[in-house]
Design a protein around this ligand. Structure first.
Ligand code: NHR
Ligand code: GAR
Length: 220
């Protein structure tokens, strides 16, 4: 008798908005040989288009509407309970817009990834494209990092750069950065599912070795 194939890592995606990163992950996960399976999509906004994308892909969904909770602690406790029902090995923040409490982040330490639209450590938080423009940066980009208590401060796994043109505005820059996100995020999720990346004490381990500088997607 043939041995059962090893179960694939279970991926849960959290989104808040249009879900283009979710879509990129759905598409990648359907390629032959992808080493993980998306088991559910959670969202904090009832009307988000990400939910339609998930339904279209026949994925289970759940909504925890943050406006219905008095505190972040209560919201996170409910979110955590919903997540645990799906027994994920990896939780992927894909345009998820709620800051998570320390308790939540600690409960899933080493299993939480985020895609952030800047070259961290530059521009943590919101409004990153306008801030890069205002600073006169010639390059901008995207980072994928492990989520820790420190907002957008967890160890960076990989980055991709875009060049800023003199006629770029926040919208055109966001478009360029998002195109990179859709390539970079599935690559990093694949690495995670293959067991190649881990969160060490205070850095990323890649194939067991500390990563001294983030991995880079070649600039075209
Ligand atoms: N939570 C922790 N603890 N650590 C991180 O690194 C996190 C996190 C939650 C989300 C994504 C992040 C980003 O990529 C992320 C990283 C939302 C805000 C924010 O200010 C900031 C950073 C990120 C996501 N959110 C507002 C809030 O009050 C709400 C804004 C809105 O709804 O539009 O939570 O940039
Ligand atoms: C992405 O550009 C992501 O980097 C950014 O929001 C967009 C979500 O797009 N995330 C944040 O700004 C987190 N604060 P999507 O919903 O189409 O994937």
């Amino acid at each position: 008798m043939k041995a059962d194939p090893a179960p694939q890592p279970r991926i849960l995606v959290l989104a808040s908005g249009s879900g283009t990163n979710l879509q990129a992950l759905i598409d990648a996960s359907r390629e032959r040989g992808f080493p993980g399976q998306i088991v559910a999509v959670g969202c904090n906004r009832p009307g988000a288009f990400a939910l339609e994308r998930a339904a279209q892909a026949n994925l289970q969904t759940f909504v925890v509407d943050h406006t219905r909770y008095d505190s972040r602690e209560d919201f996170d406790a409910t979110l955590m309970a919903e997540i645990l029902r799906h027994h994920p090995d990896l939780i992927v923040l894909a345009g998820f817009m709620r800051i998570l409490t320390t308790d939540f982040v600690r409960a899933f330490r080493g299993k939480l990834l985020n895609v952030h639209p800047s070259l961290l450590p530059r521009y943590t938080g919101l409004n990153t494209h306008q801030r890069a423009l205002d600073a006169g940066d010639k390059t901008h980009g995207v980072s994928v990092h492990f989520v820790t208590e420190e907002l957008d401060g967890g160890p960076v796994i990989a980055q991709a750069e875009v060049s800023v043109a003199s006629n770029d505005d926040a919208e055109s820059l966001a478009e360029k950065v998002q195109a990179k996100e859709h390539v970079l995020y599935p690559i990093v999720v694949r690495w995670f599912c293959e067991g190649r990346i881990q969160l060490g004490a205070d850095c990323v381990l890649f194939d067991g070795d500390p990563l001294t500088t983030p991995m880079r997607l070649p600039d075209n």
